[in-house]
Ligand binder design. Structure first.
Ligand code: UDP
Length: 160
């Protein structure tokens, strides 16, 4: 405690979190942000954007060639998404736990997909699946100067 803040190891990890068009249309943005905030994760970047097909295809490049790829790209570029970067200890793995399984029907209640979704192609939210993917996705969706560098006063109350 005191005036000098020391970061717990790993607390600067970042994840790319995106509310997809279905989540935006359904008015779930506030609830989703609230869950990450309440958990203690720091919002360092946010933008509302209708992604081009090119950006959507780049984002999901690892799925290029799979049967669901064209539909996925069409869907992601069909409307506004809320692209975000959250920061904090283990945010990539914990973010995935908070989001739930890819198939909402297989997601536990209490997770975002388990509370709000039914079909795989309408699963509301994206979250990076590894620290490497997070770095790639953040660079794809955000410029460096669109990410805020600040220290919440709550930090010493979240990290020991
Ligand atoms: N998806 C789909 N059908 C499938 C597999 C995936 O529509 O059979 C969609 C689904 O919306 C998923 C996205 O493609 O969120 C990316 O798939 P991934 O396996 O990366 O799942 P995620 O990391 O989003 O859980």
């Amino acid at each position: 405690m005191g005036t000098t803040v020391s970061f717990a190891a790993g607390s600067r990890e970042r994840s790319f979190i995106m509310v997809k068009p279905d989540g935006v249309h359904r008015g779930l943005v506030g609830d989703i942000i609230k869950r990450f905030e309440q958990r203690g994760y720091k919002l360092v970047g946010i933008k509302v954007i209708v992604p081009s097909r090119e950006l959507a295809a780049k984002h999901y490049a690892e799925h290029d060639g799979k049967p669901f790829f064209p539909k996925l790209v069409d869907f992601l570029s069909s409307g506004a998404v809320v692209a975000m970067v959250f920061e904090g200890k283990d945010v990539v793995k914990t973010g995935r736990t908070m989001i739930g399984a890819t198939n909402p029907l297989a997601s536990a209640p209490g997770t975002i997909r388990g509370d709000f979704g039914i079909d795989m192609g309408r699963n509301i939210i994206h979250g990076s699946d590894s620290v490497d993917s997070a770095m790639r996705e953040i660079a794809l969706w955000f410029k460096a100067d669109e990410l805020a560098d600040y220290e919440p006063v709550a930090t010493p109350w979240l990290y020991e």
